[in-house]
Write a protein that binds this ligand. Structure first.
Ligand SMILES: Nc1ncnc2c1ncn2[C@@H]1O[C@H](COP(=O)(O)OP(=O)(O)OP(=O)(O)O)[C@@H](O)[C@H]1O
Ligand SMILES: [Mg+2]
Length: 231
């Protein structure tokens, strides 16, 4: 079975006492362990909504969603949190680093929360930061780092609990195009070397073209799902 399988997912938001807006229509997709893909489409097409459902931050209004054979759609918020922490690392456009913690402490935090010893978490954080080329920046605070460095710290943080999946929503949106390209290369490397499944949400077709498979949304409909040759 696929790592991640969505069947006929729809999402309807209630916008007033009697008004509703449907933002996803019957989305079906299947993603295997080790894929590197992007979800693309114009602003408002439903990319983040779909990503939130795939990342167990939200549930669909109808349809089925399975993550490693777990039936996610009927889960309550505690069950969703548990499955998120077990399988998924998130990377966001605005990095979301804690300003009062150093790079190393930011990366170590989810590992500590998972119940590990501080020394072990800090050691693991240091190893990951070194792997991402930040050995000289471990004791810097977020405001002492460039945007690209902050995003690498956020990626290290997403990786620290060994997730099967990384979900990144516009991860290069706050970076210049050269730095953005480097971050995409880093994702590709993590995918190829460590077989982490990586799903990038982007409205930028140039970035989407750097991934192996492109899923396109248009007004809440999945209109294209194509694999590309190896890059
Ligand atoms: N909580 C909500 N309540 C009502 N409507 C919502 C809610 N969240 C999102 N929407 C609407 O759903 C549609 C899809 O939003 P979504 O954030 O998924 O788009 P997107 O493709 O990620 O756009 P962008 O590229 O601008 O980030 C939009 O029209 C948005 O206004
Ligand atoms: Mg979005």
């Amino acid at each position: 079975m696929a790592l991640l399988e969505a069947r006929d997912i729809s999402k309807i938001y209630k916008t007033g006492p009697t008004t509703y807006i449907q933002v996803l229509y019957d989305i079906s997709l299947s993603i295997n362990q080790g894929e590197f893909l992007s979800i693309t489409g114009k602003s408002g097409s439903g990319k983040s909504t779909l990503m939130h459902i795939l990342g167990c931050l939200d549930t669909p209004t109808s349809g089925e969603y399975y993550l490693e054979d777990h039936n996610v759609a009927p889960m309550n918020s505690d069950q969703l949190a548990h499955i998120r922490n077990s399988f998924i690392g998130f990377v966001f456009q605005r990095f979301h680093l804690l300003p009062d913690l150093t790079a190393q402490e930011n990366v170590a935090l989810p590992h500590l929360y998972a119940g590990n010893q501080e020394q072990e978490s800090m050691h693991r954080a240091a190893q990951l930061l070194a792997k991402l080329g930040l050995e000289q920046r471990m004791n810097h605070y977020p405001n002492e780092l460039s945007g690209g460095e902050q995003q690498r710290v956020a990626i290290a943080r997403a990786l620290i609990n060994d997730p099967a999946i990384i979900l990144a929503d516009e991860p290069t949106g706050n970076l210049d195009s050269a730095t953005g390209k480097k971050i995409m290369e880093l994702f590709s490397e993590l995918n190829k070397q460590h077989h982490v499944t990586i799903i990038i949400v982007t409205h930028d077709p140039v970035l989407a073209a750097q991934t192996d498979r492109i899923i396109t949304l248009l007004d809440g409909h999945l209109v294209d799902d194509k694999k590309q040759g190896a890059i």
